[in-house]
Design a protein around this ligand. Structure first.
Ligand code: CUA
Length: 152
């Protein structure tokens, strides 16, 4: 017994779609190689701070809690690359940088890391996008990107 031609067609189309799907995943992975990662917990990350590694490279230890982000303002020069290490002191919060396509969760006992490059000067709002209680809508901070010297 042979396979019906229309069935054969469906199998080929399905195979092509699967190949396309796998290809697009691999392509996405190679194009955006700075995907967020989850680091082993270390208490050091729960102290909010901005570290200047060099003139264009920064680390931000961003700590969410009910209902604020610390540090609340982050000053960096234009063209900087920033590694965000995001954690929470209490419940689950969100960490969303507007216009930067960055969405992380801030989870107690976890450190989520992502790298973001700021090529254009401006004020980039950070908001919480996980409902975390009555003060949820007040949770925001900002990254201030300009050509002046950073003043953290
Ligand atoms: Cu924190 Cu919503």
């Amino acid at each position: 017994m042979s396979i019906d031609p229309s069935e054969k067609k469906i199998i080929m189309i399905t195979g092509a779609l699967m190949a396309l799907f796998i290809f697009s995943m691999l392509y996405g992975r190679s194009k955006y190689n700075d995907l967020p990662e989850c680091l082993p917990f270390d208490k050091a990350y729960t102290e909010p701070k901005v570290v200047e590694l060099d003139k264009k490279t920064y680390q931000v230890y961003a700590v969410a809690s009910m209902w604020q982000f610390e540090p609340s303002q982050i000053y960096i020069p234009t063209g900087s690359e920033v590694d965000f290490y995001v954690s929470s002191k209490d419940v689950v919060h969100g960490f969303n940088i507007h216009e930067k396509n960055l969405n992380l969760m801030a989870v107690y006992g976890n450190i989520n890391k992502a790298t973001v490059k700021f090529d254009k000067p401006g004020v980039y709002k950070i908001t919480c996008h996980e409902y975390c209680g009555v003060g949820h809508q007040n949770m925001q901070s900002e990254v201030i990107v300009n050509d002046l010297k950073a003043k953290n």
